[in-house]
Structures are given as structure tokens and as C-alpha cells.
Unconditional design. Structure first.
Length: 247
């Protein structure tokens, strides 16, 4: 195992949240009485406390919103784990890139573990975090992502522009995983991927796709079906139902 007992986590939270159709920031919406962001950050603090890990978290928020977030987070039980709040960009890749740039101030070692975790995945559990941490500490793994086998059959279509898209193929379901976050890197590989992506203007909807693009092996680590991303209004109700099952 080549990691120290340090974990750096970048939380991209600079999305517009437009699919929630609400004036309120979706991260401040409550799931069973507790705000989404509070649940997410508390889960990581619990993991760090249980495993005696030094946690350094960077929250990436919408431009112009840093002061608002500082005020919101002030005095929270978990506020000690947040080392920086920075502004995001107009894409997820740019937002995470800004978070990666901030990490430099904390001088991580190349082998230190860095996770990227969607702030909106508030049902993340400590076992899933722990499996990812153990995997990325393995000498042979530089990049991994939490994922679950897909339960549905997935169709690839020729183009998504048509009203009734034409199916191109049906990939073998046994080889398909839905990936989630945490997306996990050794720091040295993460900085290389984001440096190259920024120079090339390469964008992806998930962070480990950058590693694939630059030729790194990416492993999938067993996640949890409950680790949903709060995106649309029904996700709040789904999360509340899942929580009842988790207690
Ligand atoms: O758009 P998507 O749902 O994939 O976003 C996943 C995460 O990335 C969310 O937590 C969102 O706030 C964040 N994001 C960001 N900056 C953007 C777009 C998305 O930090 N420009």
C-alpha cells in the first residue's frame, strides 16, 4: 500500500441544477430533514473519523457564491474538513480542474489519494468510501471509480437528435457498469490528466474518462445502488425512501 493516511476530496458543486426546476440551490434542499450538502460532507467526516484519516476537502461552487457558502458552512459539525472553497467553471471538467489547482497549495505527494465526489450524491456510505480508499492505495491502481453493474439493458443509438432514435446496438449487459462518484486518483496522475486536458481543451462528463483518454487503466470498485445523484425533484423522494431502508 502506497498511500499516506491523507485523503483529498474535491466536491464539484458549481452546476446550475436546472433539472431540479427550483429557485433554491439543490444542495440546500433537505432529504429527510437534512440538507443534501450536509449529508454529503458528514459522510466523509464520519469516514475520516472512523479510519483516522486526515481529510482535506475543496468545495467548488458557482462563480460569485463563495461568501454565501462560507456563511452557510460556518459552525457546521463538519466545517473542520473544508480547507478551501473555490469557484467553478462552465463545465464539470473546468470546475474540477479549478479544484485540482487549489490542491497544489497543500503539497500532496504524488501517491496521495484524491477523490472527486459529486456534492449531490448525499447517500454515499462509509463502506463505499473505504473500498475506494483501499483500492487507490494499492500500488497497482492509479485510477478507480465507484460503480455498480447496470440492472437495465442499455441501447446504443445512432444519434440522440431524433424523436424515436434509431438503435445501433445492444451492448452485453454483463459488461456494463454505471459509474458514480467517488472518482479516485493518485495525485500525480490526476494533475497530469487535468494539465493535459486543459491544454488540449478535452472535456468529459466524468473524471476517470480523462484518465482513459490519456492511456491509464481505470478500475471499477464496488459502489452502492443507493449512491444516487440528486438531480430531479423525484430524486429527493427516492433518496428518502432509500434512507428508510438504510437505517
Ligand atoms: O451535470 P452533472 O449532474 O453531471 O454534474 C455533476 C456534479 O458536477 C454536480 O455536483 C454539479 O454541481 C457539478 N458541476 C460543476 N460545474 C459545472 C457543472 C457541474 O461543479 N459547470
Amino acid at each position: 500500500m502506497s498511500c499516506s493516511r491523507k485523503l483529498y476530496v474535491i466536491f464539484p458543486a458549481a452546476g446550475s441544477g436546472s433539472r431540479m426546476h427550483s429557485d433554491k440551490n439543490k444542495l440546500l434542499m433537505e432529504v429527510d430533514g437534512i440538507a443534501v450538502i450536509d449529508r454529503t460532507l458528514s459522510a466523509f467526516k464520519k469516514f475520516a473519523d472512523e479510519k483516522d484519516i486526515d481529510l482535506y476537502c475543496v468545495l467548488v461552487v458557482s462563480p460569485g457564491k463563495i461568501a454565501e457558502w462560507e456563511e452557510y458552512l460556518d459552525g457546521k459539525d463538519y466545517s473542520s474538513i473544508i480547507c478551501a472553497i473555490t469557484e467553478g467553471g462552465d463545465t464539470r471538467t473546468k470546475s474540477v480542474g479549478n479544484g485540482v489547482a487549489v490542491l497544489e497549495d497543500y503539497s500532496p505527494d504524488d501517491n496521495d489519494a484524491v477523490f472527486i465526489h459529486d456534492a449531490a450524491r448525499c447517500l454515499i456510505d462509509t463502506d463505499s468510501i473505504s473500498r475506494c480508499f483501499d483500492a487507490i492505495c494499492n500500488d497497482d491502481i492509479c485510477v478507480c471509480v465507484s460503480g455498480v453493474k447496470t440492472k437495465n439493458t442499455i441501447k446504443m443509438v445512432k444519434a440522440d437528435t431524433d424523436e424515436s432514435p434509431l438503435v445501433e446496438s445492444t451492448p452485453d449487459r454483463n459488461l456494463l457498469y454505471e459509474v458514480q462518484t467517488p472518482q479516485c486518483f493518485k495525485y500525480g496522475v490526476l494533475t497530469e490528466c487535468y494539465f493535459e486536458a486543459s491544454a488540449e481543451g478535452y472535456e468529459a462528463t466524468d473524471d476517470t474518462a480523462l484518465a482513459e483518454h490519456y492511456g491509464y487503466d481505470v478500475r471499477i470498485v464496488e459502489g452502492s445502488y443507493a449512491n444516487i445523484k440528486i438531480t430531479t425533484p423525484e430524486d429527493i423522494a427516492i433518496a428518502e425512501a432509500l434512507l428508510k431502508n438504510m437505517h
